[in-house]
Design a protein around this ligand. Structure first.
Ligand code: SF4
Length: 144
C-alpha cells in the first residue's frame, strides 16, 4: 500500500464530521440502555489510540472504556526492563522472560543484549515452563 493510499485510509477514520455524526448516533442509542455498559479493550495499542484521540470524551456517561491488560511488550515501563537487565547481569541469576519481551529495548539494551553479554536469560511461552526452571532454582517472578 502506498503512502497516499495509507493517508486516504487514515483520513476516512479521522474525518471530524463523520466522527461527530457517529458520536451522536451512539449517544442516541445509549439513551435506550437500561444500565451502563463497559467495553474492555485488551490490546495496549488500542488503549494508546483511545487515549490519544480522546475517545472516552466522545462517549456518553453510561458507556465506559475499561483498559484491559495488554501484552507485556506494550505495557511494561522502561524502568522495569532496566531493572531486569541489571538483575540478569548478576552472578548466579537465571532471568526468565516471556518470549516477546526479550527484544524490547531498555536504557542499557534489551534482555537479548544482556544474554549476548553472558547473562543467563531464558525465554518461555508459558508460566508452566517457568515453573520447570524454578523447580531446580530459587524463583522471583513478576507478571505471571
Ligand atoms: S503487543 Fe499486545 S497489547 Fe501491544 S499492540 Fe501488540 S497485541 Fe496489542
Amino acid at each position: 500500500m502506498s503512502q497516499l493510499e495509507l493517508k486516504n485510509l487514515y483520513d476516512d477514520f479521522r474525518d471530524g464530521e463523520t466522527i461527530k455524526a457517529y458520536a451522536k448516533i451512539i449517544a442516541q442509542d445509549a439513551k435506550k440502555l437500561e444500565k451502563p455498559i463497559n467495553i474492555m479493550e485488551v490490546c495496549g495499542g488500542h488503549t494508546h489510540t483511545i487515549m490519544k484521540f480522546g475517545l472516552p470524551q466522545l462517549l456518553p456517561a453510561n458507556v465506559n472504556f475499561i483498559h484491559g491488560p495488554g501484552c507485556p511488550v506494550c505495557i511494561m515501563p522502561k524502568e522495569r526492563i532496566d531493572h531486569a537487565y541489571v538483575l540478569s547481569m548478576q552472578e548466579n541469576v537465571i532471568l526468565v522472560t516471556l518470549g516477546d519481551m526479550i527484544k524490547v529495548p531498555g536504557s542499557n539494551g534489551s534482555l537479548q543484549d544482556a544474554r549476548a553479554k553472558g547473562a543467563d536469560v531464558r525465554f518461555v511461552y508459558s508460566p508452566m515452563e517457568c515453573l520447570k526452571i524454578a523447580a531446580d532454582n530459587k524463583l522471583f517472578a513478576i507478571g505471571f
